[in-house]
Design a binder for this molecule. Structure first.
Ligand SMILES: Nc1ncnc2c1ncn2[C@@H]1O[C@H](COP(=O)(O)OP(=O)(O)OP(=O)(O)O)[C@@H](O)[C@H]1O
Length: 251
């Protein structure tokens, strides 16, 4: 199964969610491939491989058609990993008009992603890279931080997906996930109730709480389970895994 962690808005918890979902999947004895598709390469920095050799990053897949199987490296404790590189920022301008560019990642993942779970960390803008992720993914997980601007962003995503679905000729299965949820603030609950009105069952029951350990873990190159296994954040990401697994999201 391929899951893209997608939102064209920045700073909503995409990388944090990709990392901790991948780690939760690995801890439930599932096979995991992580893919960093963001020129900021934050996931690669957490892995410890950024700044990577450009030839050993997903950029060489776009630039030289290098097979992804040749780029995959290990992520100890999680599974396998395809790193990003800052050069990815050029993908839109250099390869954006190529034939079948929107389907490139879908075609390229092929056997590399077969039989396991691929978690794609998307970039915070809508271009070739994030569209490649949407085209390649079986499911979209859309983190939305618990504030009103994020709610507007989520509605924008609905419009984007509505425009893409006729091209894809399928409905994109997606779930919205509230992140940075603060139970001490009314705003978190207000955003949750507005999201529920708009998205119904597509809004996850699980929320990811505002949690210091979740924010700290990447700075020491760790996921939340390695860093603080009994933290609120670890409980939340475990609950997210269980909720999504119950509706067939993973293999
Ligand atoms: N549950 C949380 N509790 C506290 N801090 C969080 C939580 N989730 C994310 N953060 C913090 O919010 C910031 C943005 O998170 P993250 O980098 O995951 O977002 P992003 O959507 O991937 O950003 P970008 O769009 O720039 O790639 C980071 O500093 C991160 O540590």
């Amino acid at each position: 199964m391929r899951i893209a962690v997608f939102n064209q808005k920045g700073g909503v918890g995409k990388t944090t969610t990709a990392l901790n979902l991948g780690a939760a999947l690995a801890r439930s004895a599932r096979q995991v491939l992580m893919l960093d598709l963001d020129p900021q390469a934050h996931l690669s920095a957490i892995h410890g491989s950024a700044p990577s050799d450009v030839a050993r990053s997903v950029f060489s897949f776009y630039q030289d058609n290098r097979p992804l199987a040749e780029i995959v490296i290990d992520w100890p404790g999680i599974g396998r990993f395809i790193p990003a590189h800052a050069e990815l920022i050029k993908v839109d301008s250099v390869f954006g008009k190529g034939p079948n560019i929107l389907n490139k990642l879908n075609a390229g993942l092929g056997a590399v992603s077969e039989g396991g779970n691929t978690v794609i960390d998307c970039c915070p803008f809508l271009g070739v890279l994030s569209l490649n992720a949407v085209f390649a993914a079986d499911r979209l997980l859309v983190p939305v931080s618990s504030d009103f601007l994020s709610l507007r962003g989520a509605l924008q995503i609905e419009r984007t997906l509505a425009a893409l679905e006729p091209v894809l000729r399928r409905r994109v299965e997606r779930r919205y996930l509230l992140t940075r949820f603060d139970r001490r603030r009314n705003m978190s609950f207000e955003v949750q109730s507005r999201m529920r009105e708009h998205f119904g069952a597509e809004l996850c029951e699980t929320v990811i709480s505002e949690n210091v350990a979740v924010a700290e873990a990447p700075s020491v190159n760790r996921d939340i389970f390695t860093h603080a296994a009994s933290s609120r954040g670890a409980q939340d990401y475990r609950a997210l895994l269980d909720e999504l697994a119950a509706t067939g999201w993973f293999v």
